[in-house]
Design a protein around this ligand. Structure first.
Ligand code: PMP
Length: 413
């Protein structure tokens, strides 16, 4: 790519769309009237201010329901996917504890699933956390073997937030349906990016969050199937909004935004996903051709179209990030990177040594262009060559010594 094209680029470049997305201008336009002009409380039944707000909420419910292929009444508004996951997992555990106390999930879930499971384990429930293979996928036979008469809930994410790996949700849904076990899916990274159908996938509860698909932050939803025997206890006590599942005055502008974002995603998904997966594949190919020892973390046969997670052997992700000073990417998951712990997702996939510490997630989005990716690939390739020149680990590896087997004087590997 020529210098002039690079100079025309607007910097910094945002490649962290799995962390969050900008609000689509059409979404913002739809939301704006509901802050100051149409400010009514959707629960006010006695005047037009309330009716206008309630009508907007009803429309948004229809828009989200249409995206998921469910009934509008099955959508419960929440503050986002963290709340949706907590409500689904804790609410079902509390509602079904008399039928059994065994819950099942898998190792690469978001902390907003794993931590509620951990809390329930402290409260006397029994958990099975399924392992994943090197691509990040669960084994369905192992899932079947782990189910027991007291299993009340299975929670498996649709798309992983660090690698984009898709789980075999349809198969798991059918297995749960056949056995009368409730099935929750954290679809936060998938909704609006890949098709989601709660009917064909036999899903009973599904979490989503507006800010992952060009809607606002702090507003999401939980799909709760109207199904005889399903008992979800609320986390919050109060005015019994949302079929009693989630008390609290509705965030009308946020809800309108999530609805509009869902409508746009439904109309434009094929076009965006085709364009972004082609751009992502080209970006990966460029790097794999130009830089030695680059690996792709995730399932190449079933991934989100806009996500790639790459490891650069023998260097630290943090130093690559410093070199990419005008590019917004994420080392590990943005949600837990504050802890500087190696990613639990890559660990569960068996990624080791410098490969785990050098992993970087690139999240493409609607505004991403081929020119931006050419710029990032060229800058990245240069940085990796430079950092490897200074890396004793790389030098060792080139001399035929496996750095993973070296024990340093302080006892570390
Ligand atoms: N689940 C997954 C898979 C996610 O990626 C996220 C956001 N990083 C969440 C749950 C939490 O979503 P929210 O930000 O809406 O609380």
């Amino acid at each position: 790519m020529g210098c002039s094209a690079a100079m025309a680029l607007t910097l910094p470049i945002y490649l962290d769309h799995n962390a969050t997305t900008p609000v689509d201008p059409r979404v913002l336009d739809a939301m704006l009237p509901y802050f100051a002009e149409q400010f009514g409380n959707a629960a006010s039944r006695d005047h037009a201010f309330g009716h206008t707000a309630a009508k907007a909420v009803t429309e948004a419910r229809q828009q989200v329901a249409s995206l998921l292929n469910c009934q509008p009444e099955e959508i419960i508004w929440t503050s986002g996917a963290t709340e949706s996951n907590n409500l689904a997992i804790k609410g079902i555990a509390a509602g079904h504890a008399d039928k059994g106390r065994h819950l099942l999930t898998q190792a690469t879930e978001h902390k907003a699933v794993l931590d509620p499971f951990a809390r329930l384990a402290r409260e006397g429930f029994t958990n099975t956390i399924l392992p994943v293979d090197a691509r990040g996928r669960i084994n369905v036979d192992q899932l079947i073997a782990s189910l027991r008469p007291g299993t009340i809930l299975v929670s498996i994410m649709l798309a992983n937030n660090e690698t984009g790996t898709l789980q075999p949700i349809r198969q798991v849904g059918q297995i749960c349906r056949d056995r009368g076990i409730l099935f929750h899916v954290d679809a936060t990274q998938a909704v609006g990016h890949v098709p989601v159908d709660v009917q064909t996938d036999c899903i009973d509860l599904l979490s989503l969050s507006g800010h992952k698909f060009y809607g606002p932050k702090g507003c999401g939803a939980l799909f709760v199937r109207r199904r005889p025997g399903l008992k979800l206890l609320p986390l919050l006590d109060g005015g019994r909004h949302e079929r009693g599942y989630r008390s609290g005055t509705l965030n009308v502008p946020g809800i309108v935004g999530v609805g509009k974002a869902a409508e746009i995603a439904q109309a434009e998904m094929p076009q965006h996903s085709q364009r972004l997966s082609a751009l992502r594949d080209q970006f990966e190919q460029t790097l794999l051709c130009e830089v030695p020892l680059v690996t792709v973390n995730g399932d190449l046969t079933g991934r989100l179209p806009h996500t790639t997670n790459l490891s650069f052997a023998y260097i630290e992700g943090e130093s690559i990030m410093l070199a990419l000073d005008d590019v917004a990417v994420s080392s590990g998951s943005a949600c837990t990177s504050a802890s500087l712990q190696p990613s639990h997702v890559l660990e569960a996939m068996g990624v080791k040594g410098t490969l785990i510490h050098s992993a970087i997630r690139f999240g493409l989005g609607r505004s991403t262009t081929a020119e931006q990716l050419d710029y990032v690939a060229a800058k990245l390739a240069k940085a990796v060559y430079r950092l490897r020149e200074m890396s004793p680990l790389y030098e060792m590896a080139m001399e035929g010594i496996d750095p993973e087997t070296v024990r340093w004087p302080d006892g570390s590997h």
